[in-house]
Design a protein around this ligand. Structure first.
Ligand SMILES: Cc1ncc(COP(=O)(O)O)c(C=O)c1O
Length: 368
């Protein structure tokens, strides 16, 4: 068989070999302790205690690992995964470079906990310019960045960072492994929130770290077992179940963004439209070169908090909600969470509704 396409890969990712009478995806295994061999003890079976050992979690890790092409550990949330990666790699006296325009909670963690631990926290905008990487231990990139949707050149930055002795981690939340494979592009680590498009049903929190370096993964696995930020079996099972439709969901989300972005850009009430799929977007060239798909996220400005409120109240289909990447189209005025954005800036997350219905709804909500 030729190389399977994305739809085939997600449908089969992490599934056990077929066994007559068994389900395609085995149900969740709920266990804190498991039975031990009364004589041989923990060495006699793979699973002994739920914090380090759970086969539903391992199946999900196999699935995500197949898509990211790296060994994967899942965590209770994206924040749990990202902070685990940062605290596994960084030590007092190290320097870390973070995106100044990325997910705000990561910067807040760095400015608080990491700085208090003696880590030198530096920032650079995703679109650059980047400082010298000399003396930096870890460069964390977020591309496309949330919420501004700027994109950076992963291979070029990874090459420069590696030449200076730094490790590179990429937050792949917005792209998902079907949109971009950072490990193939030169990154050492992928970190992500699986709460968003990866699982896409707005019903669970999840995070993961993927890497190819066994020593790094061993330290991360120990970190997770000792700090305990594991996702529950049911969330892992739901996430695995949801992965099977990732290709279909992303395709519709991108198609919806492709219809809405030009409409928004042409509307007199809207300014500053950002969608890396638009030919005139500043991120278009790099995104087209390095990404396999453009996510269904659009940024734009309606001018004021009041106009955003009026737009969302007038829309019949767009849910006012934070997070993104779900089945339902949703919009978030980011300044209400303390993001450094203008009061009228909106991050629109296109869902999987019919394109014609969304176009009609957005036109009507904008006042024609
Ligand atoms: C880019 C990015 N990374 C990480 C996170 C954190 O993920 P979680 O909310 O699953 O902890 C988010 C959440 O919005 C995000 O947008």
């Amino acid at each position: 068989m030729s190389t399977p396409g994305d739809g085939t890969r997600v449908v089969h990712a992490g599934l056990p070999a077929p066994v007559p009478g068994e389900p395609f995806l085995p149900g969740p295994v709920f266990a804190a302790p498991y039975h031990l061999d009364p004589v041989a003890g923990p060495g006699a079976a793979v699973d002994g205690y739920g914090r380090p050992d759970n086969r539903t979690r391992r199946a999900l890790e196999t699935a995500i690992g197949e898509l990211e092409r790296g060994d994967t550990r899942v965590f209770a949330s994206g924040q749990a995964a990202i902070t685990a990666a940062l605290l596994t790699v960084l030590r007092p006296g190290d320097a870390v470079l973070l995106p100044s325009d990325g997910y705000f909670a990561v910067r807040a963690f760095a400015a608080g906990t990491l700085a208090e631990l003696g880590v030198d926290v530096r920032t650079a905008p995703t679109a650059g310019p980047y400082p010298s990487f000399e003396g930096i231990r870890l460069v964390l990139l977020e591309t496309p960045a949330n919420p501004g949707l700027d994109v950076c050149d992963i291979p070029a930055i990874a090459a420069a960072a590696h030449a200076a002795g730094a490790l590179v981690a990429v937050d792949n939340t917005a792209a998902t492994p079907l949109g971009q494979r950072p490990l193939d592009l030169g990154a050492d680590l992928v970190v992500a929130s699986g709460t968003k498009a990866l699982t896409g049903h707005s019903d669970l929190l999840l995070g993961y770290v993927a890497a190819r370096d066994e020593a790094l993964l061993a330290r991360l696995t120990t970190w997770r077992a000792q700090t305990g930020g594991v996702p529950g079996a049911f969330d892992c099972w739901l996430a695995h179940r949801s992965l099977g439709t990732l290709d279909l969901r992303l395709a519709r989300q991108t198609a919806n963004a492709a219809a809405l972005a030009p409409l928004l850009a042409a509307h007199p009430a809207v300014t500053g439209v950002r969608w890396p799929g638009l030919p005139g977007d500043p991120a278009h060239a790099i995104a087209s070169a390095q990404m396999r798909r453009i996510p269904g996220l659009i940024g734009f400005d309606l001018g004021s908090e009041e106009r955003v409120g009026a737009f969302l109240s007038a829309s019949r289909l767009i849910f006012a909600a934070t997070s993104f990447g779900g089945l339902h189209t949703s919009a978030d005025r980011r300044a209400q969470w303390g993001d450094d954005t203008t009061p009228g800036f909106v991050r629109l997350s296109c869902g999987v509704e019919d394109t014609k219905d969304l176009v009609e709804d957005v036109k009507a909500a904008l006042g024609g």
